[in-house]
Design a protein around this ligand. Sequence first.
Ligand SMILES: NC(=O)c1ccc[n+]([C@@H]2O[C@H](COP(=O)([O-])OP(=O)(O)OC[C@H]3O[C@@H](n4cnc5c(N)ncnc54)[C@H](OP(=O)(O)O)[C@@H]3O)[C@@H](O)[C@H]2O)c1
Length: 211
Amino acid sequence: MNIAFIGYGNVGAPLADHLQRAGHNVVLAADQPLSETAQKALKRNSNLKTAPPREAVKEADVVFLATPFQANEAATGAVAAELEGKVLVDCTNPVGPGLAHGLNSVRSGSEMLQSLAPKTKVVKAFTIYGFENFENSAYPGYNVKPVMMFCGADPTAKQVVAQLITELGWEPLDVGGLEQALHLEHVTLLWVRLVRMGRQSPNLVWAALRR
Ligand SMILES: NC(=O)c1ccc[n+]([C@@H]2O[C@H](COP(=O)([O-])OP(=O)(O)OC[C@H]3O[C@@H](n4cnc5c(N)ncnc54)[C@H](OP(=O)(O)O)[C@@H]3O)[C@@H](O)[C@H]2O)c1
């Protein structure tokens, strides 16, 4: 699969790295000259490719957005035409002062993103934990995989993202339509408060048990 990354810092770089190693053609949407972040990602995995943002997105089947939430408008606006019809994986979180919801819990960041890029198929995923768990998603000693919750409106796009989640070592858990994104963003805030403000390990993840 052709996958483009817009943003490849703490979150984007390990995901891009592991997806390339899983056999995908992964391209970083990068301006010339390459930023420090792009160079760092390439140092980590020299099989990652770079291309100007419009070209990278145009050729992609799936586009990951892993930018600071405030940059989403500029980042998607720069490739608006090329994004049309694409699966857009929203890895971003709106976080406000005091670790409150960045949009005052009135609307989710993903719904805002969908309105910024209306002709894309937005799927929110890879947001509910810190980047440490994207660096390494193995939890040896357990007979269940950590769960990656995701949501979106388009069933086909969600199937594609579920497959990528599985390849990265998670159990994909479809939590519903894009209206669920607000709740996922609160799950994220819970994790961040527990770990970044509290004393929980950054390797804390959730699992889904059923009977
Ligand atoms: N950090 C975490 O543990 C974590 C976990 C889950 C989700 N998230 C969410 O994931 C997103 C990224 O977080 P991060 O920690 O990976 O941030 P980061 O390390 O600061 O990386 C941000 C990336 O976005 C790029 N970027 C910034 N402005 C841009 C623009 N206007 N157009 C295109 N690219 C732009 C940066 O490129 P340059 O460096 O080249 O400027 C960099 O590659 C955030 O929304 C965050 O809430 C974070």
